[in-house]
Design a protein. Structure first.
Length: 265
């Protein structure tokens, strides 16, 4: 109801008030339980879990908003809602760990996250089952957005150990080039790739899935394909594949290697 020209001037203030209220006043208000990055990775490794990460981009699509690389799609939104609601043994759903104090988050991330919660917190809570524990999607983004970066290297090392010694198939956008020029996949037994459209991949979903189901089930599948990866990971998991949604991990890892203090190409 607020005029568009006024929203940018007051949005961050209202979001901050909402953050303070939830932190110090809103006792008894349900918040999802999200493990830390280390706890998330330990659980994946101990239980050999498949992983799907759902973040702000997917919530925007559910809310009917286009992303830069994926147009809104009613079927995609419905599938994402389905994944958020489901509870299946062997599958760990990872969401943003932004429901409590955000003291360790860099300033730009702090303001983005509190605004996201103000804008979409009700969407999250309407979709998430209340009787489950979630992983932290930050396992693939443990560096740039945090003030304390001392654990970043250890988290990357633990994450890479998931596919160490495995036969890996990477399903990614044709411009992603995960692991090219760094050591992310140096310790895999073998690595092959299925390259997909870099934008609006969901429009080619059936073709991508038909190619993916040709993969032997003794291989680990890593996915980096935006919101389409979430649906594909879920469908492949139900067919008996071991899937890990890694997102655009390469970008974060490259910035870690360069000790960058801001996002770079």
């Amino acid at each position: 109801r607020i005029p568009v020209n006024i929203r940018p001037m007051i949005g961050f203030k209202v979001a901050y008030i909402n953050y303070i209220y939830n932190l110090y006043i809103g006792f008894g208000v349900w918040k999802p339980k999200v493990l830390s990055c280390d706890e998330t990775l330990d659980k994946i490794l101990k239980e050999n879990l498949s992983v799907i990460r759902i973040g702000d981009g997917e919530i925007s699509l559910i809310d009917g908003i286009d992303l830069g690389f994926q147009k809104k799609d009613e079927n995609l939104a419905k599938r994402l809602e389905e994944i958020l609601r489901v509870k299946v043994k062997g599958l760990l759903l990872c969401i943003p760990n932004i429901w409590g104090r955000l003291d360790n988050v860099e300033d730009y991330g702090f303001w983005f996250n509190i605004h996201h919660l103000y804008r979409y917190g009700h969407v999250w809570k309407s979709l998430l089952p209340r009787d489950r524990v979630y992983g932290d999607l930050g396992i693939t983004r443990p560096y740039l957005g945090y003030k304390d970066k001392s654990r970043s290297g250890a988290i990357f090392k633990k994450l890479f150990s998931i596919w160490e010694g495995k036969d890996v198939v990477l399903i990614e956008g044709s411009k992603s080039r995960l692991g090219v020029g760094n050591d992310m996949f140096d310790k895999v037994k073998s690595l092959s790739r299925i390259l997909c459209p870099p934008e609006n991949a969901f429009s080619k979903y059936e073709a991508i899935k038909n190619e993916a189901i040709k993969i032997d089930k003794d291989k680990m599948i890593l996915l980096s394909l935006g919101p389409t990866a979430k649906v594909l990971a879920y469908d492949l998991f139900l067919l008996g594949y071991w899937v890990i949604d890694v997102g655009h991990i390469d970008m974060e890892y490259e910035m870690f290697l360069r000790k960058a203090d801001k996002q770079v190409k």
